[in-house]
Design a protein around this ligand. Sequence first.
Ligand code: SAM
Length: 341
Amino acid sequence: MYKRNDGLIKLPGIKLIDKHNRCLNYLRISITDRCNLRCIYCVPDDIHQRLPHKEILRYEEILRLVRIGVRLGISKVRITGGEPLIRKGVYDFLGELTKIRGVADVSLTTNGVLLRDNIKKIKSAGIKRINVSMDTLSRQKYKDITGHDMFDQVWEGIESAQREGFSPIKINVVPLNGINDDELTDIAKLSFSYPFHIRFIEYMPIGIPRTNNIGKQLLAPEIKKRINEIGELIPVKNGINDGPAKRYKFKGAKGEIGFIDAISRHFCKQCNRLRLTASGQLRACLLSDRQDDLKNPLRKGCLDSELADVFLRAVSHKPFDHNIACNQPGKVAGQMSAIGG
Ligand code: SAM
């Protein structure tokens, strides 16, 4: 019915719709578990937790899986990691990815360290939207959180992305009590002067954080309350390509504020995501450790139809909701750097 690797013909009658009637059209791909930063809440301390190189999917393997995904209805792809921009050959890979017919939207999440010097390559590869993670406006705090004195370089990267016309540029911020909670209003104020979309992402208990200081979670209702004190947050309607963020704007601001409140408000009902980990596992829920192996079948020479079956199996097990509650975290064992945020 379909040829191996043809990449274009829709798989007949098959769609990634789960048993709760959610249509999964968004694939987030971690292309490496390596990172050039060591964020206290994300990257494990133990180097042995890193995947051996041969366990990481090769680019051609990822591209084949994306083509199969497209035939099943995937139309939106995000490249993440680890830090995607440290992987050799990433710009050519991004160029190949954006050429795949049927992928309408390819975006990138990066820590921004390599953005300034590579922004033109990212643009030439056809990427239009980027998210940059930046949890603080203080150079010293940036160093404390990430282990590296890179704040200025990241900020220059963000500015260069703006000059090159990337829009919107989303700034990902993970608010942490006792770490950057005193800065949340200053970060939100950036949206007055810059057209950035600031996204406050609730900390999720994934893997083993390198600090015990991530005590009580700082959740979106509290963050919003604090930000509301500097100006009224006016709700912005979500577009069709928008994720689960609740979007707001200050009156007269150039940019926006958003909250990804995965813990305090389970938005699972609207979840349209699948994740492909750096080691080729398909995860239907970020906050559940169930995953379906694509790497071994890929490497054993399975047909596209057999790999499509793995997608369908993963989708059939997508939980309706995750079980992580506020301040009573059920833990997710995988590492965020390998799963991709
Ligand atoms: N290296 C890239 C970066 O820094 O953006 C991409 C990978 S990183 C895992 C993707 C996003 O996940 C970042 O915005 C990061 O802040 C967020 N993240 C990492 N660990 C998290 C956690 N435990 N809870 C919530 N967000 C987390």
